[in-house]
Design a protein around this ligand. Structure first.
Ligand SMILES: O=C(O)CCC(=O)C(=O)O
Length: 323
């Protein structure tokens, strides 16, 4: 009784058939079934297809559509954000006249508060990172499994200060992320991955993240404290040395995405924020996984985010050039 289930390329065979045709093991497409006919046990390895894994390796990024379950994983975060916005308004004595929660307008009231006082928006920015459903999402089992499968490791980590919710406000360019590779900003393991997932449908005018495909293949760039970013705060003054020259070597992609989709980026892939010229703010979640078993991570000691106390000039002395 052989049977193929086309969706996931799972092949189910009667044990007797297996015994006759595939005495030890069988490999079918993306699924590897280790089968011991005596114990009747098998193990499946199926978080990511071989094609997707190869694409990520070659291009340095990958979009997985509907990776998360919208109702289970994303909607609770949106509903909590809606609630927090209401409570921040209340705290400041502002009455928001808004419709009940709806997934397409979950940030209803945010732009109004932003317009009244920018500091109310900052308050919301800090508070939403404390929402339990958000914290569940960033360390969720599926993400951990897919990371460990891609990097072939048993021990993954989530760096201190390596996760958050971005709110990219229209025409507010000050907080855009300029061109960077994650490994410099999150010096945990060189084979880490950025997990980026939107809380709303990202349209072209919202300035999706811009990625330089294949840039990860050239390793960690040289960096300097450049005049270009002198106006930024602390570590954000660091930029890729001869940035324009480096960036011009690659093509650019800026994938659009919807709630539930997942964008993965290699820790060495150069990327940066697009420019939001829409009416709405662009809300998105970022988190990162790293590999404790990576020899470079082990050597540098899996450091925390550049936004904390880590001094990257000391971690990567050979990658810094005086400008
Ligand atoms: O969302 C963005 O605009 C930039 C995100 C980014 O650079 C990152 O997550 O590392």
């Amino acid at each position: 009784m052989g049977q193929y289930l086309s969706a996931n390329h799972i092949l189910i065979l009667h044990p007797q058939e297996l015994k006759e045709q595939w005495p030890d093991y069988l490999v079918k497409q993306d699924i590897l079934l280790y089968f011991d006919v005596n114990k009747l046990e098998f193990h499946m390895n199926m978080m990511i297809s071989t094609e997707d894994k190869a694409f990520l390796k070659e291009e340095g990024y990958l979009v997985i559509k509907n990776f998360f379950d919208y109702e289970h994983d994303i909607a609770p975060i949106q509903e909590a954000i809606y609630g927090v916005i209401g409570l921040v308004a209340k705290r400041h004595g502002i009455s928001l006249n808004r419709e009940p929660f709806h997934k397409d307008t979950f940030d209803n009231g945010y732009n109004e508060l932003f317009a009244i006082d920018r500091s109310y928006a900052s308050e919301i920015y800090d508070l939403v990172k404390q929402i339990p459903s958000f914290l569940r999402l960033i360390s969720n089992q599926k993400s951990d499994d897919v990371y460990r499968e891609i990097r072939e490791t048993n021990i993954s980590g989530i760096g201190t200060g390596s996760y958050g919710i971005r709110i990219d406000n229209p025409s507010e360019d000050k907080f855009r992320s300029h061109w960077h590779q994650e490994f410099l900003w999150q010096p945990q393991s060189i084979d880490g991955l950025v997990f980026w997932t939107p809380l709303l449908a990202v349209t072209q005018d919202m300035g999706p993240v811009i990625i330089l495909p294949k840039s990860h293949k050239d390793g960690l760039c040289s960096y300097s404290r450049t005049a270009t970013y002198a106006g930024k705060a602390g570590a954000y003054q660091i930029g890729i040395y001869k940035e324009d020259e480096v960036v011009s070597k690659y093509g650019q992609v800026a994938p659009l995405s919807e709630p539930g989709d997942l964008l993965l980026m290699d820790f060495l892939t150069i990327h940066g924020s697009g420019i939001n010229r829409a009416i709405k703010s662009r809300w998105s979640i970022q988190n990162r996984f790293f590999n404790y078993e990576d020899p470079i991570g082990t050597q540098i000691g899996w450091k925390g985010s550049i936004t904390g106390e880590t001094q990257v000039e000391k971690v990567f002395p050979h990658n810094f050039i005086e400008d």
